[in-house]
Design a protein around this ligand. Sequence first.
Ligand code: WT7
Length: 620
Amino acid sequence: MDDAIYPDPSFGAEDTALREAAAADPIGFWADRAAELEWYEPWEKVLDDTNPPFYKWFTGARTNIVHNCIDRHLSGPYKNKLALIWVGENGTDYKTYSYFSLNREVNQMANVLKAMGVGRGDKITIYLPRIPEVVFAMLACAKLGAVHSVIFAGFSADALADRIDDSESKVVITADGSWVNGGIFKLKDIVDEAIRFSPSVENVIVVKRTGHEVAMDALRDHWYHDLTALPIAKGDCPTEQMDAEDPLFILYTSGSTGKPKAILHSHGGYMVGTYTTLKYTFDIRDEDRWWCTADPGWITGHSYLVYGPLLAGATSFMFEGGPTYPYPNRWWQLIEYYGITTFYTAPTAIRSLMRFGEAWPNRHDLSSLRLLGSVGEPINPEAWHWFHRVIGKGRCPIMDTWWQTETGMFQICPTPSMPLKPGSAGKPFYGQVAEILNEAGEPVPDGEEGFLVLTKPWPGMLRTLFKDDERYVNTYWSKYPGKYLAGDSARRDADGYFWVIGRTDDVIKVSGHRLGTAEVESALVSHPAVAEAAAIGLPHEVKGNAIHAFVVLRMGYEGSPQLAEDLRKHVSVHLSPIAKPDWIDFPDKLPKTRSGKIMRRVLKARALGQDEGDLTTLEE
Ligand code: WT7
């Protein structure tokens, strides 16, 4: 490969040795990585695969991810190292936490939760802006052995209510509001609406962020700053010694059908997986300032903004705002000012920033950067080259990482000595094996498209779907027994590089966010004018995919631009602004199979002017 771009050729020998060792003995490889971390009790077995697909990792071991994120650093040279640098949307609010002071904050939050009766196995919903308290809250839950469920603070009251009730959360941690492009998004109001009828919520903790007036229920709601002023908040809160397989968190994500799925991850395996992938893929160094732009409301924020960097003893940078407010140089300005070395973001953000032109980044000195990263959707070569040339000045490799909420950690990504191919996520990570299969489960020849599967269990894998083992087995392990079905289509080339194409199910990636057609449709159908709805994703220059909805109206309603706008707003308010359809059409009826299933495939083909394919199952 003549035009090969190498992350770090000097690392070649080590990279090759690790790759070969992991391929020969994946269990030994993971045991060695786990041994780089601390455990209260060692494991009896690295992998227990006696009851697939319910794999267990590091069985018999006792640990707590917080012990490795914080506690172990306190007695070593990292005690005074910056763990977290945070900058507010207005650019003037600024906070830093060393590992020492992060520990104090987490203890404080844990003490408060403990005083509310929170302990092992309790579920806590976190609905916070990108502020340091979201990190404290996640770690405080983990410290106590409680299970956090972080909900992206852009979800509506309906979506929040579903998730709080499904998880049976005892406590909700929120803020008065969040700053969004200079305006206030009223989080507390949304929580109030969401938990009006919630049977499980006993307490709501409210962090003051925007300072606007909010209603407080005298018995249920508590300002966080009032709680931390109480004597109970002071002092160390012991880190619970957990079983490696004890649940760490659940995270809701969209699936093909019905309600969002609650992906369950555990302390031990997730800890080893996120630590290892971050450390080796991004070659984390002591002097790095690592910036992952994801929100903690998504898995990328969990694994690579909060847990992974702290496990690696890195300095993690967190910015409350978005890339274009007040001007489209915001991110570049922050990279320059804070000396960011490693920058991990999403293709959709790159594409949107490209449109503003090179003059914005060119105003800034970006020479601190040494590595770039991409995640969330395929990166088109045009965006790849822009990112590489304009932001990385042709010096910084781009680590394109393919993984999922379910996988917990990178699965297909380059490692330091691997030549990069723009648009390909490289090869399976150390010890992993991926295959591309046809419908019958046979591997397809190189270059051909098929279903992407993972054939070996990995430590960071989901353990099940919370409260739904059956759906876990059916969704991921039943199409090809013994193999994990990712839900993506992909190709592998002759060099063994993987090219991910997109979802094969009814999941749409909109600006890297994962949405189910079923969720968008049920939000539409909750509007009085709507009888039936179908949503599909169509290619979009910036967002990757945009949602197009087909709505059949009830008697007495007529389609109009005004109604389309009302419906778009309705989805925004009842699900999330990120789910707002770009375009709404009002057909008289929807194409369906004789058994009544909407044929989204046909709608998509029609919209793209393509062949509608096999229509034999179409009704009439
Ligand atoms: C889906 C998972 C875990 C990262 C954040 C998204 C798509 C993710 C890539 C990539 C091509 C990618 C896939 C996958 N995806 N990363 N580097 N190249 N596609 O997690 O929300 O669970 O979505 O995102 O379609 O299945 P998620």
